[in-house]
Design a protein around this ligand. Sequence first.
Ligand SMILES: NC(=O)c1ccc[n+]([C@@H]2O[C@H](COP(=O)([O-])OP(=O)(O)OC[C@H]3O[C@@H](n4cnc5c(N)ncnc54)[C@H](OP(=O)(O)O)[C@@H]3O)[C@@H](O)[C@H]2O)c1
Length: 288
Amino acid sequence: MILISGATGQLGQEVVKHLLSQGAKGRFAVLARDANKAKPYSDQGIEVRIADFDAPDTLPAAFAGIETFLFISTMSQDRGPQQIKVVDAARAAGVKHVVYTGLAIHDIKTSGVRDLMSSHFETEDHIRASGMAWTFLRNTMYAEAIAQIAGPNALTDGIFLPGGDGRVPYALRAEMGEATANLLLQGGHAGKTYNITANQSWSYGDVAAALSRQTGRSLGYQNIPEDALREGMKAAGLPDFLIWLTLGTVQDIRNGQYEIESRDLQTLLGRAPKSVDEIVKTVFALPG
Ligand SMILES: NC(=O)c1ccc[n+]([C@@H]2O[C@H](COP(=O)([O-])OP(=O)(O)OC[C@H]3O[C@@H](n4cnc5c(N)ncnc54)[C@H](OP(=O)(O)O)[C@@H]3O)[C@@H](O)[C@H]2O)c1
């Protein structure tokens, strides 16, 4: 039996969708902390195990009889110690294999979001030391982040961000979820680390060019000072954590931290991942 955490979230929903489309109903259960959110699953006859990573007492029952655990990372600001306790609970319950979704980044030590993202690597280290089999899926930046960070004005005014010429091998959550479902159903992959990335990476200039092609408008990219982004986000009343995360992420883009191009996503999908033109159509919900 496979257990999928984060199944009420965006990536987890894609994993479940593709497990179901491959006829795997009955071979997996989902972990959810909110029965209402998981109702679409229980309504379909999918086994739902109610548990919360922050409530260790709930974890032994969630892991009972589980062979493979797809551990989708959380966004908790206390993620390091939280996830280590989850790994310990999985091991204590007899889980054999943990598939963990981390981050594809060059050097976490010099990352602008190190304080949050280093927990991915601490979790990996703890899983490796646990004695359970492991597979690490180091996910690149979700393509959906392009629209979130550039904002809807990108469609009319172009992109204004301090991203320099840094490139990112963006991938859609839908394709990452599909690749993850394929891996889970194939089994094996123990002791492997995969970079779940597109085959090539794109700068904000490339994204703006794709937006221009897809909208028929002339949309450019302007590299602005980091302070301008910070002040704009503050003026919009955005929370400090989001400002820190966005600035640190764009700093990492500028510094080439995401420029890791791999064929692992293509291999797991069995086809080439989406191009930048297909990506912008999806993430900006463009017609056609
Ligand atoms: N590669 C990237 O660009 C990128 C970007 C953002 C995030 N991420 C990472 O990838 C993960 C998945 O992305 P996503 O977009 O699917 O995120 P998401 O939509 O926020 O989903 C997060 C999932 O984790 C569950 N969760 C959170 N805290 C939990 C807890 N204490 N116990 C049990 N479950 C808990 C959530 O449950 P509820 O539904 O109950 O909230 C939800 O199902 C994120 O959590 C984050 O670690 C990656």
